[in-house]
Design a protein around this ligand. Structure first.
Ligand code: ADP
Length: 411
């Protein structure tokens, strides 16, 4: 009779352990074969301390093994291997019944007396709680054991159940993080694909607008030339936005490729300022006291940072106020300061404006449409050049963005 029960038990265990949707649920935790982690280790240690047991552990069960995610007190051999391969195991039993298992003396129970852990390791008392996810899949166990008989108090089983719930919270947190990473990667792939697709028509449009501006200028048709010119500027704006989006997603993938050349930082700033002056009636002053401005940079990318800083300065300051740009140098650094006399940035937001997608919650009239990508990108471009981008700002007074790059070729 007992052997019949045993064999039907084994069959039931086999079936549950190998159930595909359950295995997929274990896989979705992203925890299989991951190293030890403080978050889980604290909980197993706590289980041993509170229940006064020599051994406690958390497992995740797959087809051929019980992976030990966390343990306290296990013999070195098992602790190092981090897998229980001698089956059947207590954990397998719990998974197939989806219920806590509490044993005072496993040697006296015909269902468990022959388990390898009882016969070979000398386990006597055991208590384990199944780890069940929100979809109802039994993923693993949170358990404690002892080498002498032990009557487990209700209170102790309640504590173990609470600890198992905390383990599940850790697992759910991990799953949520993995989901976010997946979604963010999918978003980056989409942005890259969409940006590449947009690039080609935009390049043709830009060339066409430029060609027609010149053509109608020559024909003396100024109004038409002007409208093509403004079309050219709008398309160029779109182009800059696409570059920004592409660069941000490249940054997510691990860095922006830079094409470095040695050049004068003042020259790049001056080129950018001249371009900006063409599209704004505002006063943009440029002064320099730099005695050395030779830097090794990616011209386009540094130009992009300067444009971003000056455009922001224009967007967030009153029409009648100027933007002052100053270039200076020390022995080691060349600094560019972009100063506006605008709305300023609140102190608590100053630490966050370089984050991806962060936008300062300015009052409605002061908000300019944008994605919160420009400063994030600028910060990382400067960082990749081994420089620094910082901000000084006072609400209602204005802001100074300071970009510092290492000087090369001291003269
Ligand atoms: P966006 O495209 O949203 O302007 P940025 O990354 O360039 O993105 O800027 C992030 C946020 O920082 C902006 O939304 C704005 O709230 C704030 N900001 C940037 N520059 C200034 C400035 N000169 N004065 C005030 N606020 C600024």
């Amino acid at each position: 009779m007992i052997s019949k029960t045993l064999s039907s038990q084994r069959q039931m265990i086999e079936k549950t352990i190998k159930d595909k949707p359950r295995l997929q649920a274990v896989d979705r935790t992203g925890l299989l074969d991951t190293p030890e982690e403080v978050g889980f280790d604290r909980l197993t240690k706590l289980a041993s301390m509170l229940l006064k047991t020599p051994i406690s552990f958390v497992t995740l069960l797959v087809e051929d093994r019980d992976f030990i995610k966390s343990q306290h007190g296990l013999p070195e051999l098992i602790a190092n291997d981090r897998n229980i391969r001698d089956h059947p195991s207590f954990c397998q039993h719990i998974i197939s019944h989806r219920k806590p298992l509490v044993l005072t003396d496993a040697r006296l129970d015909p269902l468990f007396a022959d388990l390898p852990s009882v016969k070979n390791m000398g386990v006597v008392a055991y208590a384990g709680i199944p780890l069940i996810d929100d979809d109802g899949f039994a993923l693993g166990t949170c358990c404690v054991l002892d080498f002498t008989p032990r009557v487990w108090l209700d209170e102790e089983i309640t504590i173990l159940t609470e600890l198992a719930a905390s383990v599940m919270t850790e697992i759910n947190l991990r799953k949520a993080t993995l989901k976010l990473i997946d979604e963010s990667a999918a978003k980056d792939i989409f942005i890259q694909a969409a940006s590449h697709e947009l690039r080609t028509p935009i390049t043709s449009l830009k060339a066409l607008a430029q060609f027609n501006t010149k053509r109608y200028e020559k024909l003396g048709q100024e109004a038409v030339a002007n409208s093509f010119d403004s079309m050219h500027h709008q398309v160029a704006r779109l182009d800059r936005l696409i570059t920004k989006m592409l660069d941000v997603s490249r940054l997510q993938e691990g860095g922006l490729p830079l094409t470095l050349e040695t050049c004068s930082l003042s020259e790049i700033v001056s080129e950018m300022v001249n371009e900006i002056r063409l599209i704004t009636p505002r006063t943009v002053t440029l002064t320099t006291s730099a005695t050395n401005d030779r830097v090794s940079v990616d011209r386009d990318k540094i130009g992009q940072v300067i444009t971003n800083l000056v455009m922001n300065a224009l967007h967030y300051s009153p029409e009648e106020s100027p933007i002052d740009i100053n270039i200076s140098s020390t022995d080691l650094l060349c600094r560019v300061e972009v100063k506006d006399y605008g709305i300023g940035i609140p102190p608590d937001a100053q630490g966050r404006i370089f984050e991806r997608f962060y936008r300062v919650p300015h009052s409605e009239g002061n908000q300019h449409p944008g994605l919160g990508l420009g400063l994030h990108l600028s910060y990382h471009i400067i960082l990749e050049h081994r420089g620094e981008l910082t901000v000084l700002s006072q609400l209602g007074q204005g802001s100074i963005f300071i970009m510092a790059l290492p000087i090369i070729n001291r003269e």
